[in-house]
Design a binder for this molecule. Structure first.
Ligand code: ADP
Length: 495
């Protein structure tokens, strides 16, 4: 094989750091993965050790590069995609973090958010950022980190400290502290960024008590983020693409036109709908966010998430012992003629959009003496489809109705689930040949900046369909199932 151009994607996720080298046609040339330990200091709190994020990322990037180059690939550039919203604070002089990273799931700043809501700040935050006022986003996590260390605020004001999301921290480390930057998609998840003006907002900075001096410079998603120090990979490599994981997946799924929508079904599920150059303000409390910014032009998206998707399958396997492995859910579900009225609402952590009920809890309805583990497995898979239907209905109500859904993530190997999704959504569900869409999206952004791809259209042309699931359920049956789900949700809601 002759030497061929390739791109390295670094996918720094919540539970693992991965590196994948792609050929320009999307073929995977090398892949390395390293688990990332979770730290749970108290109920509702989740942290990561920044040094573990760094060492794991460096290790997998080196391994993937070495493997691909041994096969004759020539890596031209790096793209980074990352777990979003997770917040870090570090010392600019020493590069040392001030404490652990506060992970997106962490709820420790719920009180701060409640106080800001009581003060009436929510409407302004929603208007500027497109987000709800919630501990999920980075701003209150930055503030918490600054408050926790004696003297940190004064040092921050003096410009001695840097704050950032995971992408920003990795670029800082990879460039030997020469670059403190982020991209517009990551910035749009902090609650400090005005998504219409495309700039940090000083009023938001005051509200959340995060000094502007700690924030990174915001670049397009395809841009020169910096050059890695030679010591890391044996030679300097340019970092030319950065995007948050769900945005990268949206590019990887080639959802580049208004109305295109993708869903990633993993532990949780994330639906992202491209709304083009328009910021659609949701009436159903979906998030408005930046899909990407290229050459200074911003494409926006509506986003909805399902807190518990594959996690319900894990629950059936690990807590109930009802499944040998996740894959068994497929045959069990397919073995039943119907759900026989059994619904599982996996509101283990409350319900997200469009319900937003933090007090809802997991509920099973419709059990009879004959209901067994197959009924529960089927109900757990069906729940993913019903929640997707609710989110797509909310998107349609907000004015952008998609015609088909592109899917990826660990759950979509389950063909029964994909077919049921198509049936309940009453639209085709498309499963791509390359399921590593998140990493490919990051690589694609880097390839765009490197000039290896001509345009987003050129990237999208590399998307290949593996299988299309056509809807096949009659409308009356679909309505009956959705009504059964609504009834179950009503019972799961808190009071
Ligand atoms: P994440 O990136 O969120 O960690 P993945 O995309 O790797 O997750 O997907 C893993 C999830 O997919 C797990 O929750 C697992 O239970 C679920 N899963 C894996 N295989 C199947 C399957 N065949 N059917 C249903 N769910 C599955």
């Amino acid at each position: 094989m002759g030497r061929r151009d390739a791109l390295l994607a670094i996918d720094q996720g919540t539970t693992s750091s991965r590196a994948i080298v792609f050929a320009l046609d999307g073929t995977i040339l090398a892949l390395a993965r390293e688990p990332l330990p979770q730290i749970y200091p108290a109920p509702g709190e989740v942290e990561h050790d920044p040094e573990a994020i760094w060492s794991g990322t460096l290790k997998v990037a080196r391994a993937a590069l070495a493997e691909a180059e041994a096969k004759g690939a020539r890596v031209a550039a790096i793209g980074i995609t990352n777990q979003r919203e997770t917040a870090l604070l570090w010392d600019r002089a020493s590069g040392r973090p001030l404490g652990n990273a506060i992970v997106w799931q962490d709820r420790r700043t719920a009180q701060i958010c409640a106080r800001l809501k009581a003060d009436g700040a929510e409407a302004m935050v929603a208007e500027r950022t497109g987000l709800v006022l919630d501990p999920y986003f980075s701003a209150t996590k930055f503030a918490w980190l600054l408050d926790r260390t004696e003297g940190a605020r004064a040092r921050a004001e003096a410009g001695e400290l840097a704050a950032g999301t995971v992408d920003s921290f990795l670029v800082w480390r990879l460039t030997g502290g020469r670059r403190h930057v982020t991209d517009a998609t990551n910035a749009s998840r902090t609650s400090l960024y005005d998504i219409a003006a495309n700039a940090w907002d000083s009023e938001l900075a005051r509200l959340f008590r995060v000094p502007a001096a700690v924030l990174p410079e915001v670049l397009d998603s395809a841009a020169f983020f910096g050059e890695t120090q030679a010591e890391h990979f044996g030679r300097p490599l340019p970092i030319l693409g950065v995007a948050g994981d769900q945005q990268a997946a949206t590019i990887g799924e080639a959802c580049i036109a208004r109305g295109d929508v993708k869903a990633t079904y993993g532990t949780g599920a994330f639906l992202v709908l491209n709304t083009g150059e328009e910021i659609v303000r949701s009436t159903r409390r979906l998030l408005s966010t930046i899909a990407w910014r290229l050459e200074g032009r911003t494409t926006y998206a509506l986003e909805g998430s399902i807190f518990v998707a594959g996690a319900a399958i894990q629950w059936l396997r690990d807590e109930l012992g009802a499944l040998r492995d996740a894959a068994e859910s497929e045959a069990l579900a397919a073995g039943l003629a119907s759900n026989a009225g059994v619904y599982l609402v996996p509101a283990f952590a409350g319900l997200g959009a469009p319900h937003w009920d933090p007090h809802a809890r997991g509920t099973v309805v419709g059990l009879t003496r004959g209901s067994g583990r197959a009924a529960l497995a089927r109900a757990a898979l069906e729940a993913v489809a019903y929640q997707s239907a609710e989110l797509l209905a909310a998107m349609a109500a907000d004015g952008v109705a998609p015609r088909s859904l592109r899917v990826d993530g660990g759950m979509v190997v389950n063909g029964w689930l994909c077919q049921f999704l198509a049936d309940i959504l009453a639209m085709p569900v498309e499963r791509p040949a390359i399921v590593e869409t998140t990493a490919f999206g990051a690589a694609a952004l880097a390839g765009l900046e490197a000039g290896l791809f001509a345009s987003l259209q050129d990237i999208a042309a590399r998307w290949r369909l593996e299988r299309r699931f056509a809807p096949g359920l009659d409308a009356a049956e679909r309505e009956r199932l959705l009504a059964g789900w609504s009834d179950a949700v009503a019972r799961a809601k808190g009071r």
